[in-house]
Write a protein that binds this ligand. Structure first.
Ligand code: GLN
Length: 193
């Protein structure tokens, strides 16, 4: 069975595990470096990127996570997207810094820091994906080799893919739509073959 790790330091990791079971993969909670062994892919959940970063430093996970993501498909949702990005505009916050994207944390300000909207995501087809945004980031710049998967109506980028890395500003694990989880599994099986 395909084993997908879910970084379980803080945030919405249980919901990702439920979704992974639904799409036929085996979820594995990751809190320590050796728990990355034998995994086929990894999801970094939403939560609070500063907390996830601090705990990842405390558990000696930063370098092992970088090495894992270098080799295997890795998907960051919301705080996970921030954690994967190369540029978050803040120097002190620990991140993995892998994907060629710049993100703006808490891009939607206080008034509308949480909202839901339907997104067209061509890579998963019709119908539109009902996306839940919770104090979400947006992608402000993408480097060469980064594909834009999803935009808000105003054009702001909220879903990207770069090789075997996927990042979404919203929370696909909080809906019943499993198409993005299946898309991630397709990157994992492509990578395995
Ligand atoms: N605002 C959070 C952060 O900066 C992300 C929110 C989320 O993951 N839902 O980490």
């Amino acid at each position: 069975m395909t084993k997908i790790g879910v970084l379980a330091l803080q945030g919405a990791f249980i919901e990702h595990e439920t979704m992974l079971q639904k799409v036929g993969a085996e979820p594995v909670e990751v809190r320590l470096p050796d728990q990355l062994d034998d995994l086929d892919g990894l999801i970094i959940p939403g939560g609070e990127s500063t907390t996830i970063g601090r705990l990842a430093v405390a558990y000696g996970l930063i370098e092992p996570l970088r090495q894992f993501a270098q080799r295997k498909p890795t998907w960051g949702t919301c705080a996970g997207m921030i954690f994967l990005a190369k540029d978050i505009g803040i120097d002190r916050q620990p991140i993995l810094g892998m994907m060629d994207i710049a993100v703006n944390r808490n891009a939607f300000g206080r008034q509308i820091d949480s909202f839901e909207t339907d997104l067209n995501i061509p890579v998963i087809g019709d119908p539109p994906f009902h996306a839940v945004f919770i104090r979400a980031p947006v992608v402000t710049e993408v480097g060469e080799g980064v594909d834009v998967l999803a935009r808000l109506n105003d054009g702001r980028i909220v879903g990207v893919q770069q090789g075997h890395w996927l990042a979404t500003a919203f929370h696909p694990e909080l809906t019943h739509d499993d198409r993005l989880h299946r898309h991630f599994l397709s990157l994992v099986s492509r990578d395995k073959s």
